[in-house]
Design a protein around this ligand. Structure first.
Ligand code: TXA
Ligand code: MG
Length: 358
């Protein structure tokens, strides 16, 4: 067991977590402590959703703005009943199809969770994660667990236990570490308080999958291409600069051949300024950049046909850029179907909307 300050770092088996470690973490959680735990999307920073003080401690540890509400994680469908005023048929259908899994549903709140959880909204965001460690922890705690991603506010979300230790070591009671989070980007957030439902944040469940279950789904304008003037996102979290590596990231969009040519030129210019550049590339262009751009760091996200794989590697890659101390990052744009929508959403935010169109 490693310790940093007051933080206990417990390694657990991702599929068959040690019951004693789960018991210890669940007791701490239940009684007001902070426990970071793996989910299938990213690591979460959990607190008992009924305890105002514990929930406030999350905001403090992350440096998170108080107007950004948290997702409440449940361990059973039964738990949902007490947290919302009603479960509409569309919610039933979605829970049946996607829970446990990377889908968060926004429903009218019963007001039972601590006020800080919902940041003054009349709605509450609920999700049942499918990671065995997350499920075991929430069920053992026997309370709903409020949990944002376990990173410092504004930084890329953690997909490994050691990322959590880097950001929050000394600030939380326990970190349960169980290897890599499989999806690698956060859950999809869907608002069910309006008809048709509105996608507030693309994530681990795709728009296409949702539409196949509920028919029409609208995209919140803030999910889209650029920060539209005057458009305030309805998922408060989506308005902040997010997922950002330390170095500025430029997203280069357009025909893939032209994108590659432009990125080579951009790296060359950076070199002439004395800057170390990183490239986030698809597999198709990896050799091309290695031969022509020779960047300080070349990170391959996988084939263009597999945006889910690319999404799962994104935060890891951004953190590698931090570790290597690069001065500037150039990333290729990806097609926006399937998991490509979530991937591009995070890339745009990591780029703070610095998009170069070619
Ligand atoms: O995959 C995930 O969802 C991870 C893991 C730990 O479960 N959690 C996560 O939490 O990403 P967080 O706090 O980083 O993002 C929660 C998002 C924010 O954009 C927040 O504004 C939105 O959900 N949200 C929470 N409650 C809401 C509500 N009542 N109405 C609209 N948006 C809400
Ligand atoms: Mg987050």
């Amino acid at each position: 067991m490693a310790k940093r300050g007051r933080t206990r770092y417990l390694r657990v088996n991702p599929r068959r977590p040690d019951p004693l470690a789960i018991h210890v973490a669940a007791q701490i959680l239940r009684h007001g402590g902070l426990v970071a735990f793996p989910t299938e999307t990213v690591y979460g920073l959990g607190a008992n959703a009924f305890m105002e003080k514990a929930v406030q401690a999350i905001f403090l540890a992350k440096g998170r703005p108080a107007d950004n509400p948290l997702i409440v994680h449940v361990g059973s469908r039964y738990q949902v009943q007490s947290l919302v005023t009603a479960v509409p048929p569309v919610a039933e259908a979605l829970m049946r199809r996607f829970w446990p899994g990377p889908l968060t549903l926004v429903l009218p709140s019963s007001g039972r969770v601590a006020a800080a959880v919902t940041a003054g909204l009349t709605t509450v965001a609920l999700r049942m994660p499918r990671h065995p460690v997350a499920l075991a922890l929430i069920r053992a705690a026997r309370v709903p667990v409020a949990a944002p991603s376990a990173n410092l506010s504004g930084r890329p979300s953690p997909t490994l236990g050691r990322h959590v230790l880097q950001d929050l070591g000394g600030k939380v009671d326990v970190i349960l570490a169980a290897g890599a989070a499989e999806v690698g980007v956060e859950s999809t957030v869907l608002d069910l308080t309006t008809a048709p439902p509105v996608l507030l944040r693309p994530g681990g469940v795709t728009l296409e999958e949702l539409a196949a279950t509920v028919g029409e789904v609208r995209l919140d304008p803030a999910v889209g291409l650029a920060p539209l003037a005057g458009v305030v996102p309805r998922a408060p979290g989506m308005k902040y600069r997010h997922y950002a590596p330390r170095a500025p990231l430029y997203l280069v969009d357009g025909d893939p051949e032209k994108v590659a040519i432009r990125i080579v030129a951009l790296v060359e210019e950076a070199r002439s300024r004395g800057e170390k550049a990183a490239i986030l590339t698809s597999e198709e262009k990896e050799e091309y950049y290695r031969a022509r751009a020779r960047p300080a760091l070349l990170l391959c996200l996988g084939p263009r046909s597999d945006p889910a794989r690319a999404a799962s590697r994104l935060y890891l890659s951004l953190k590698a850029c931090d570790r290597h101390g690069v001065d500037v990052i150039f990333a290729e744009a990806w097609p926006e179907s399937g998991m490509g929508l979530a991937l591009m959403n995070r890339l745009r935010k990591a780029a703070a909307y610095r998009v170069i169109s070619v």
